[in-house]
Design a binder for this molecule. Structure first.
Ligand code: FAD
Length: 285
């Protein structure tokens, strides 16, 4: 099933998982999906290492999600360090595995690995996927602007190029202030971007994640959020519960404001996802 068709029926709920790290047994992903599947997500997306590292694991996990759990998978594919031939090979693998949905990404530029010349931007990958078969293509978007973009106008102009190239739905970077998402959604609509946009929500449940979010994703940390987090930073259980409550409050507000869908960055943690979903499950109509 193409995930873009689900938006016609309901507000979507999707999850993101990552392949186990090299020092963790690959089988550990089974317990993650075992815990997430009963929450009945509309789809689960699986990340891909920009260096090409995630390749086999991403496709294998997607195949397992579809076959064992009957849940629609979305395979991420990051092109910055791939050749055109390697991308075509990956697409053939995905087709053979029955994968219909691809989140087409550029990938972060690693200062130690010079980018390959075949792809500079995600739009070029989207064009190639579009030419290569009947895949449903998703793209990434940034409510606070992509960190490399000189300004929001330029970033949204390039986002429109991705949609025009064949992207039928978007998933946003995580954010902690819903007003940033609403302002972005309005600008995107003015630019003529008319595909569904899922809001990316990351439950922050320990102090280490906060620092990572600020540096890696450049997400703005609102005062309200920082006050809650600093109050509980030395109490792991309270911190976890406060992070869950914050994510729930974001989701309730987003759905009340007619968001197309919620994409939960699960960090492979079914306990947190279950707590969040049990608080908001009835809102996904
Ligand atoms: P692009 O859409 O290509 O944009 C990158 C930058 O280039 C932007 O600043 C944009 O404005 C600019 N730009 C675009 N086109 C042009 C042009 N023609 N001229 C000039 N500038 C231009 N990374 C991974 O490695 N693996 C993953 O699995 C992964 N999953 C992700 C999932 C989501 C939902 C999100 C939001 C991000 C994910 N990322 C992942 C991170 C992503 O790869 C990085 O954010 C990366 O820096 C940008 O990727 P993109 O596809 O958005 O790039």
């Amino acid at each position: 099933m193409k995930t873009c068709d689900i938006f016609k029926q309901k507000t979507t709920l999707s999850f993101e998982v990552f392949p186990p790290k090299s020092d963790t047994p690959i089988d550990s992903i089974y317990s993650t999906i075992d815990g997430l599947a009963p929450l009945k997500p509309d789809f689960i997306s699986v990340t891909y290492g920009a260096g090409g590292s995630g390749s086999n694991a991403t496709i294998g996990i997607c195949e397992m999600i579809k076959e064992k759990y009957g849940i629609e998978p979305v395979a991420h594919l990051a092109c910055i360090n791939l050749t055109r031939e390697k991308v075509l090979f990956e697409l053939a693998q995905m087709r053979a595995a029955g994968i219909e949905n691809i989140l087409a990404l550029r990938g972060d530029i690693n200062p130690n690995v010079p980018p390959h010349e075949d792809f500079r931007y995600a739009a070029e990958l989207i064009e190639l996927i579009k030419e290569s078969g009947d895949f449903n293509i998703l793209g990434a978007c940034y409510p606070e602007g992509h960190p490399e973009a000189p300004n929001m106008v330029e970033d949204i102009r390039h986002l429109k190029e991705k949609v025009d190239a064949g992207c039928s739905q978007l998933i946003s970077q995580l954010f902690f202030d819903n007003e940033d998402f609403y302002a972005f959604r309005e600008k995107a609509a003015i630019a003529g971007i008319d595909v569904p946009i899922e809001a990316g929500i990351m439950p922050v449940t320990n102090p280490k994640t906060i620092a990572r979010m600020a540096t890696l994703c450049h997400a703005k940390l609102p005062k309200k959020f920082l006050t809650i987090m600093s109050k509980y930073e030395n109490d792991p259980i309270a911190m976890r519960d406060a992070g869950i409550a914050y994510a729930v409050s974001q989701i309730v507000d987003l759905i009340a404001n007619d968001v197309d869908g919620i994409h939960l960055y699960t960090m492979n943690n079914p306990y947190i996802a279950t707590k969040i979903c049990s608080a908001v499950q009835s809102l996904f109509k």
